[in-house]
Design a protein around this ligand. Structure first.
Ligand code: AMP
Length: 214
């Protein structure tokens, strides 16, 4: 089973991903997480990606496609994968379809989480993360512990550089210009599952599983 999680930044892709991946026993592959992990390690990939991430721009297609291709070749992904934050351009979607077809595989569902821009800005500007385990918090909806340490692993809670006000606007612009054409692209192929991404985490989860027929 290959599932794509599509939606603007802050729509809740990362929040929903774990449950979906667990349900289908497939790995959760987030390109953003891979870039952040590489940046933390100071690898050449991380340093290259940083040039784009800091302004909210997209990392070049060629680099991302190569990265995801090799990740999908790993043994745990032979039975499928949950792709979170990839593809983000039509060129990436085409490259993915070609790559999978060459291996007799294909995308099964593209789950698109829909949330209006005003709500996204509120969600992203209040978002906080654990530097160690990636756990998510929100200053209003799910406040991190007062001591600034993660309640799950004790790691440092921080605000992603690209979750700052100026960058958020650019990420939304980039989404509308470069990523939202994928809604039509997957729609034309009968793979799009449109989900209302507003409401509680549990409500959205129920909608996703119902759309997937699970
Ligand atoms: P995310 O955690 O998914 O919001 O991704 C954070 C940043 O990583 C994005 O703003 C991009 O700069 C970069 N990135 C992640 N996935 C992709 C992708 N599929 N294509 C291009 N850039 C990406």
């Amino acid at each position: 089973m290959i599932i794509i999680l599509l939606g603007p930044p802050g729509a809740g892709k990362g929040t929903q991903a774990g449950t979906i991946a667990e349900k289908y026993s497939i790995p959760h592959i987030s390109t953003g997480d891979i870039f952040r992990a590489n940046l933390k390690e100071g690898t050449p990939l991380g340093l290259e990606a940083k040039k784009y991430m800091d302004s909210g721009a997209l990392v070049p297609d060629e680099l991302v496609v190569r990265l995801v291709g090799s990740r999908l070749d790993e043994p745990d992904a032979t039975s499928g994968a949950l792709l979170d934050g990839f593809p983000r351009t039509v060129a990436q979607a085409e490259a993915l379809a070609e790559y999978l077809a060459a291996k007799g595989r294909q995308v099964d569902h593209c789950v698109c989480l829909n949330v209006p821009d005003e709500a996204l800005i509120k969600r992203l500007s209040g978002r906080r993360m654990c530097r160690e385990c990636g756990a998510g918090f929100h200053v209003d909806y799910s406040p991190p512990p007062a001591d600034g340490r993660c309640s799950k692993c004790g790691g440092e809670i921080y605000q992603r550089d690209d979750d700052r006000e100026a960058t958020i606007q650019n990420r939304l612009k980039v989404y509308h210009e470069q990523t939202s054409p994928l809604v039509e692209w997957y729609g034309q192929r009968g793979l799009l599952r449109n989900i209302d991404g507003q409401g509680s985490v549990e409500d959205v989860q129920v909608r996703i599983f119902s759309a997937l027929g699970a």
